[in-house]
Each structure stands twice: as C-alpha cells, then as structure tokens.
Design a protein around this ligand. Structure first.
Ligand SMILES: [Zn+2]
Length: 345
C-alpha cells in the first residue's frame, strides 16, 4: 500500500512541477500581452478507478450540455503566436520536429485559422501526459513509449491544443483571483489544516493518520469545490474542443473518443503502479526534505481535483459525440499522416 501512495505522490508532484512552471511563467508574461497559455493535460488521475460501470455514472451538473457543445464554435478565440525560449537538450529533437511539422501544417488549414505555431518539446518522464504553455506543447516521454499508439497520442495533442485555444490557464488564474487568491494560502490558515499538520509532522517525518486525514480532506474538498469544478469543466471543454480539432485533422469523433479514453485508462494504470486496490492507504511514515513537505501538504494531500473521473469524461464525450461529428473532415490528410509518423522512443 505504501508503494501505491508514494507512487501516486511522485506522480502528482511531477504533474505539479509542470503546472508550477507554467504558472510562474504566466506571471512574467501577463503584463506584456494576452497570452493563450494553458495548463496540463490528460494527466493527473488522482481518483481511483470507479468500480461502477459506465451506465451508472452520472455526469456532474457542470458538464456541458448538447446545446452548449453546439454553440462552442467558432472553435478558436483570437490567438497571439508567441515564441518562447525553452530549455531543451535536443535529445529527442528528431521526434520533436516530426510531430511539430505535422501539427503545425494541420493548424494552418483554413478551418483551424487563425491557427498558431506550436513548438513541441519532449520531456524525459516516466509518467505519460502532456501540457501546453502558450504555444509550447510539452510531451512526457512515456507518452511515446510502446504503451500508446499514435491515435491516442494525437487525441492527447488535440486536447492540449484545446486548452490553449480557450485560454484556460488565464481564465483559471482570473478565477483564483476572483475567489480570493491562492487557495493553499487560505487553507493553510484554517484550524483544521494547522492542527492536522501539527499532528502529522515531526521534524522531517510525516506520519499518515488515515482517520484524521479523512476528516480534513472533507474540509478541503468543500473549501476547494468551486475551483475544482471550474478546472474540471475546463477539462471537459478541452476534450470537446480537442475532438473538434482532431476532427478537422481527419479523425472522426468516435475514434477520438475511444483513443483519449484508452490513453487515460492506461496512464492511470501506469501512475498507480502495482496497486489496484484502495485510495485509503494504511498509515505510514515518510521522510521528506523541506520542499517535499510543502508539496506533500499542498499539492498531494490537499490538491485541487482538477480532472473529472475517466468515467465522467467518457460519458461526456459519448453524450455529445453526434455534435462533435459535425467537425469531422473525412478528407483531411493529417490524421492518416500522423498514424504513419514514427515517433516511438
Ligand atoms: Zn487537460
């Protein structure tokens, strides 16, 4: 059980580091212009696999209705194409250029105007996923392992471009400001949290107390509910816009739907390692460095639930698939070309 918890923690921390990076960057550029930067991906699968079948899953009320999906067009808001320096050691340059070339050619298609130029960076990482900062699309190397095929990879890229196209990161930042600022800062002042921290941290040792944790996590979930729902709705929207973008590239909605869900499920399996059991780990102890302690409390134990469950995303896409088919251009060449790309690493 400890393996599950520590694996999950490592995974979430990795995800956080990606988000933190983009968040920091956002502050730098926000004064210069209006960026279309963006958060994460189809990544943080912090929820357990649901035991129920899809028929038993009910969409949350902040998911998109069919009418909303139909009114989402025009797909893109006006974009600014910016180029940013990104550290990249060139290890995967060949693969990066192959993906970048095709994606950028696809984004020049008239239906995807005004379009943009994306820079693709592959980051060495054992956990699959991607994120986008303005026009830099970072793909974790595990996404290009033999666990995944090009259909799933393309669906993930379209989802990411969907985040960018709707300026999700900016909108989330505005939402945080609107709701009173950094939720972690505010939560850390609450007596429930401070007493939990006092009880579980001794020097550099964190001692997990599941009973105590259950009570505090309930407080946190209530506290962060608005922000969580806001983020989860952005994920639904990125799935929907992603379907439209992939559709314009030549991938039909049903294939997009199946491909992204396949990716999500495999990514979850990889992230959760050998544990398939419970989300309630037994009590354990962890020795943590200073930054790790901060990450543990604020990014892992009390993380914003940023993604709907895989089952909810599956159901949302299923429910609006007929509307998404309206974006499908069966003659667009890019989908077939992407399937032929040799990008395994
Ligand atoms: Zn996403």
């Amino acid at each position: 059980m400890k393996i599950f918890w520590t694996t999950l923690m490592a995974y979430i921390l990795c995800v956080w580091s990606c988000s933190a990076k983009q968040s920091d960057r956002r502050v730098d550029i926000s004064k210069q212009t209006k960026p279309d930067n963006q958060v994460d991906t189809v990544d943080e699968q912090t929820e357990e696999p649901a035991s129920e079948t899809r028929d038993e899953v009910t969409l949350p009320d902040f998911a998109f209705s069919m009418d909303e999906v139909k009114s989402l067009g025009p797909i893109f808001e006006e974009q600014l194409s910016e180029s940013l320096e990104e550290s990249d050691d060139g290890q995967f340059q060949d693969v990066e250029l192959r993906i970048e070339g095709l994606i950028n050619r696809a984004l020049e298609a008239p239906d995807l105007q005004p379009g943009r130029q994306m820079k693709v960076v592959i980051q060495e990482n054992d956990f699959p996923g991607a994120n986008t900062l303005i026009n830099i699309l970072t793909i974790r190397s595990a996404t290009l392992s033999s666990n995944f095929d090009n259909k799933s990879r393309l669906a993930v890229l379209c989802h990411e471009i969907g985040h960018t196209a709707r300026n999700h990161s900016d909108k989330y930042t505005d939402k945080v400001i609107e709701s009173g600022g950094d939720p972690y800062n505010r939560f850390s002042q609450m007596p429930d949290f401070t007493s939990y921290q006092q009880a579980t941290l001794s020097g550099t040792t964190y001692t997990h107390d599941s009973e105590r944790y259950k009570k505090v996590i309930a407080t946190w979930e209530n506290f962060s509910k608005d922000l969580s729902e806001f983020k989860q709705r952005q994920e639904f929207e990125a799935d929907i816009i992603g379907a439209a973008i992939c559709g314009k590239m030549g991938m039909d909605a049903a294939t997009y739907h199946a491909s992204i869900i396949t990716f999500l499920k495999k990514a979850y399996d990889i992230a959760s390692g050998d544990s398939s059991s419970s989300s309630e780990p037994e009590d354990f102890q962890l020795e943590l460095e200073s930054q790790e302690r901060v990450d543990l409390y604020y990014r892992t134990l009390f993380a914003i639930k940023s993604h709907p469950s895989n089952e909810e995303r599956d159901l949302q896409l299923k429910e609006v698939e007929s509307a998404l088919d309206g974006y499908w251009d069966a003659d667009a060449p890019f989908y077939e070309e992407f399937l032929d790309l040799d990008i395994d690493i």
